[in-house]
Design a protein around this ligand. Sequence first.
Ligand code: CA
Ligand code: CA
Ligand code: ZN
Length: 313
Amino acid sequence: MGRPPTTLRAAGIATLAAAALAMTPLASTAPAAAFVNGNTAAECVTPQQNSSARGGWGPDHEEMTAWDVARVESQSKKLLEQKRAEGKYVPQGALAAATIPTYVHVMAGSNGHGNVTDAQIAAQIDVLNKTFGGQESSQAANTGFTFTLAGVDRFFNDNWHKDKSSSKYRSQTRQGGMNALNIWLVDFSYLGIATFPWSGNSAIDGVRVHWDSLPGGGIANYNLGETGTHEVGHWLGLYHTFQGGCTSTNDEVADTPAQSSSTNGCPAGRDSCSLPGLDPIHNYMDYSYDSCYNQFTAGQSQRMSNMWTAYRA
Ligand SMILES: [Ca+2]
Ligand SMILES: [Ca+2]
Ligand SMILES: [Zn+2]
């Protein structure tokens, strides 16, 4: 948390570093690492304008060491087997195909700053459906997940708007069970921050997204609503594509080529690891511009389906 961008970048290169997290827009506050039941909870933070995080928006994540990842993977595998034994069986190779009730909490300032319109919220939901539906590229996988707007509420509180007392405001406003997606729209120094499925604290489960990253928002290069897609990818159990750096396991997904560090912009042909494949710069779990993003892979879809079954179904 709070480490300078250079350190973060270095951490990204280190073999297992990575971290979980989300996209952060501006820059200073790094998310607190949460450890629940001994597991790295992980909030994914996606930074805004700065250097190493997405678009330079501040440090993107807490680190997850190889050990942390190994624990999460082992626990998740056991839970999935247990769920299957209970009859919550998703055949191998099939996807969960869940419809996710989505609650949007507009945390505006007392003067109305950040009070996004219903049309923008509808457009954000459309982006989630389009991106998780694999509609942005012929290479993209249809993850099987769809999102329906289940409710919108609006608060005009300067502290909450600035993401202060976030555990309190999240627990006071969160709706639904672990299968429900809660999106809090705030004004902070990140593009977004997400909790992982294994985070273990259902009271604050969900994603925080910078209000101005919604479709039509004001954050240049990050205003097509795909910060939301990235954060929800974490919420469904995906790591960054640069998790683990140039290692064979890297992000625990077989069909995303390894990359040594996060991508900025949309550098065609980037190849930061000698391992096979070009860097997955178009993947929603990298840090590229929204306009560069166009896909989840089949492997990521399977991982999200498994994580859904293990933790959220
Ligand atoms: Ca991979
Ligand atoms: Ca390569
Ligand atoms: Zn992230």
